[in-house]
Design a protein around this ligand. Structure first.
Ligand code: FAD
Length: 431
């Protein structure tokens, strides 16, 4: 399917342009060094070959006279190894993709410090359809304030991709074969969380999931996306999170359908998702209460001493040991499948606020569990999802009530009105 598309694009060369607004220079110098040994693409968040604006740009820069190398820093800190790698190979430019999160920005800063000043570093936003810095130059208040800005730019940015074709220069030396077992063993990762069966890594599996969404689930998305018992969601977040599937490709394919669900899906995939990069890029407190609006910080403070009917520790939450069967079922779904249904994520995080001693503790527990168990975790969507639920970002104030103050409240009764709660509890809660 993807190969078919690529073939078609090869024949149709009119969309071969790279819009330079997708790139920004991280280095002072903006001049590509001529007569160098090639261009390096340092792959970070967008781990795919096709449909990747950063790789497309790197290949364009390398096309004239030089070689294109791609690297991923799997087990070392980039600042410690990349500068020597670049100078050792006499590269003329470094191209990398974009993430608004703290750690990747620090890695980038460290690489910049370590590189000679005449080597340009070019960052390309290959994750968002409208580049984050083009969509808005500032922190947006809510989906309402960014929606128009993004949709007005879709005609410019939601374009077909040029193909990453076979590079015309061949390296004289081949790269040293990677010892994958050794590399995997060297990674300091939590190996106690098992691999869920339903999601296979890689672009091929992501494309298959996209196909099944379009063929089977898209028609239900518009009306049943808030029902955790219905198979109506795309299930694409793990592949989008790791950049194995491009959101732009997903949008292009989905928009070819006449289904009335299309606008609702594009709202989530494009507006809501790109709003989260905006939040993390322009708000350094994207993962703590200081990043919330003043009204939200005040209301949470005003209610800090309110009596909590139930209090649980992080361990009790993690083991799904609360009094609420629906909450436990949602937690079990996340632990066993690596993905909780989107509607329940809101309920789940809001109950953590209700059943802990402070919003700070609630946020830290929610982020810990989210990032430990969700396949799509450690992503701007996760920071924003937890911050939205617990401290009202991108939301408005609601009627004041205990513990929550003016933060939007959700309860079990509300869920009973929306979907068959007992069915979901039976599926994920044995007790
Ligand atoms: P679909 O409904 O099919 O949506 C398609 C895509 O649109 C998603 O893959 C995602 O990229 C985007 N999207 C959907 N809903 C949202 C949203 N509310 N905000 C931003 N983008 C959205 N999403 C993550 O990707 N990673 C997380 O760690 C994460 N944690 C969350 C935590 C909480 C407390 C909340 C309330 C939401 C969280 N979300 C997170 C957002 C959303 O729940 C998931 O993106 C969605 O459930 C993923 O499933 P899907 O791909 O089947 O979604």
């Amino acid at each position: 399917w993807l190969h078919g598309l690529i073939k078609q694009q090869r024949e149709d060369k009119k969309d071969m342009k790279f819009n330079k607004k997708r790139q920004r220079f991280i280095s002072e110098t903006q001049k590509i060094r001529q007569g160098s040994g090639g261009v390096l693409y340092w792959m970070l968040r967008d781990q795919r070959v096709q449909d990747n604006w950063a790789l497309i740009r790197a290949q364009q820069l390398a096309a004239k006279e030089s070689l294109l190398y791609t690297c991923v820093c799997a087990s070392a800190t980039a600042g410690d190894v990349l500068p020597d790698f670049v100078t050792g190979h006499n590269f003329g430019a470094v191209v990398t993709d974009f993430s608004p999160l703290r750690e990747p920005l620090q890695w980038l800063e460290a690489v910049k410090k370590g590189l000679p000043e005449d080597i340009p570093i070019i960052q390309v936003d290959a994750h968002n359809i409208v580049p984050c810095w083009v969509a808005s130059p500032k922190l947006e208040y809510s989906a309402r304030t960014i929606r128009g800005k993004i949709t007005n730019l879709l005609s410019e940015f939601l374009t077909a991709f040029p193909v990453v074709a076979k590079h015309s220069f061949t390296a004289a030396k081949t790269a040293k074969a990677v010892d994958w077992e050794k590399t995997l063993a060297s990674l300091q990762v939590d190996r106690t969380v098992g691999e869920p069966k339903w999601a296979k890594p890689g672009t091929k599996a992501g494309v298959a999931m996209l196909e099944s969404f379009i063929d089977v689930r898209l028609k239900l998305f518009g009306t049943q996306r808030n029902d955790p018992n219905a198979a109506a969601l795309s299930q694409l977040s793990p592949w989008l999170r790791f950049g194995q599937l491009s959101a732009q490709r997903v949008a292009l394919q989905v928009r070819k359908n006449a289904s009335p669900s299309v606008p609702a899906f594009i709202e989530e995939l494009v507006v809501r998702r790109e709003l989260t990069d905006n939040f993390c890029f322009y708000n350094e407190n994207y993962d703590n209460i200081k990043g919330a609006y003043e009204w939200a910080q005040k209301t949470l403070k005003d209610h800090a001493k309110d009596k909590r009917e139930y209090l649980y520790t992080r361990e009790q939450f993690e083991k799904a040991q609360t009094h609420d069967k629906l909450w436990n079922a949602a937690q079990n779904q996340m632990v066993t499948e690596g993905k909780m249904h989107g509607f329940l994520r809101m309920y789940w995080a809001k109950k953590i606020l209700e059943w802990t001693t402070s919003p700070e503790e609630a946020l830290s527990i929610a982020l810990y569990l989210n990032d430990r168990y969700e396949l799509d975790g450690q992503d701007p969507n996760g920071f924003v999802g937890c911050m939205w639920s617990i401290c009202g970002i991108h939301d408005q104030g609601w009627a004041e009530r205990p513990v929550f103050g003016k933060i939007r409240f959700m309860n079990y009764k509300g869920c009973l009105r929306k979907f068959n709660v007992a069915q979901f509890e039976r599926k994920y809660c044995s007790k």
